[in-house]
Design a binder for this molecule. Structure first.
Ligand code: SAM
Length: 230
């Protein structure tokens, strides 16, 4: 049996490429994304009552990686990139059915010009197709005593510093509100692949229309430049 689904919406996100996106939602609370509902789901009736919930589950398609298929075993970054676990014991993007599930904060619902949700803390790439939205129900879905397997607890954070040049670029840029906080929270997560530790290396992460250049050495991420994206 095959089933086919169509997107009910699309994500507009500051994350313009996979590199730098946090590995789970809520780790970067400064990330604001907009979920725009598509016709015929962009009717105010479809979201009536939703604004009373503080958090929603977003089901979506890993559209950018789905053509790479899947493997029974994956190497989660939290295990250092070497140890393997089963695909169904992981949140890997490479799955038999390339679907993701993220719990995010619902900031607002707008029905003025089409229907759109403003969401905080999402781990979603710009252009991500959304399959469903469901309200989060704390009394059944919150499990503070649950076992977290190999991902028990948040990852350690890096300290973030700004170079003089980066501060100047930030002051000169016409960046959206909260941009500096977004940069700091993204870099604090240490976006490098698990196996990379080269203090000389310069990385670039795309946020909105900017390329944020940075290096990481001795547990400190240093913002070097903020350039217009190519
Ligand atoms: N919270 C979701 C889940 O558990 O299903 C996603 C977890 S997955 C490990 C998070 C990563 O998915 C992000 O770091 C980003 O690299 C990737 N990602 C986000 N949106 C994507 C998309 N549309 N296509 C492919 N990869 C995506």
């Amino acid at each position: 049996m095959n089933y086919s689904f169509e997107p009910i919406g699309v994500i507009r996100s500051p994350y313009r490429e996979k590199f730098g996106i946090p590995r789970q939602p809520s780790l970067v609370s400064a990330a604001r994304v907009r979920l725009e509902l598509l016709p015929p789901y962009d009717h105010p009736d479809c979201v009536r009552g939703l604004a009373e919930f503080s958090h929603v589950w977003i089901s979506f398609v890993f559209h950018q990686t789905m053509d790479r298929g899947w493997q029974p075993l994956v190497r989660p970054p939290r295990l250092g990139g070497n140890a393997k676990v089963g695909v169904f014991a992981s949140r890997s993007t490479h799955r038999p059915n390339p679907m993701g599930l993220s719990l995010v904060e619902l900031v607002s619902v707008s029905v003025d010009n089409g229907v759109a949700l403003e969401l905080a803390g999402a781990d979603l790439l710009d252009g991500t197709p959304v399959l469903d939205i469901k309200p989060y129900i704390p009394f059944v879905e919150s499990r503070p005593d649950a076992a977290g397997g190999f991902v028990d607890g948040p990852p350690p954070l890096l300290r973030v510093e700004w170079s003089e040049a980066a501060r100047r670029h930030l002051a000169e840029a016409d960046a959206p509100a909260g941009f500096a906080q977004l940069v700091e929270q993204v870099l604090a997560q240490d976006p490098r692949p698990a196996y990379q530790d080269d203090p000389e290396r310069i990385y670039g992460v795309s946020l909105y229309c900017y390329n944020v250049r940075f290096g990481i050495a001795g547990g400190v991420a240093r913002v070097l430049e903020i350039l217009p994206a190519a």
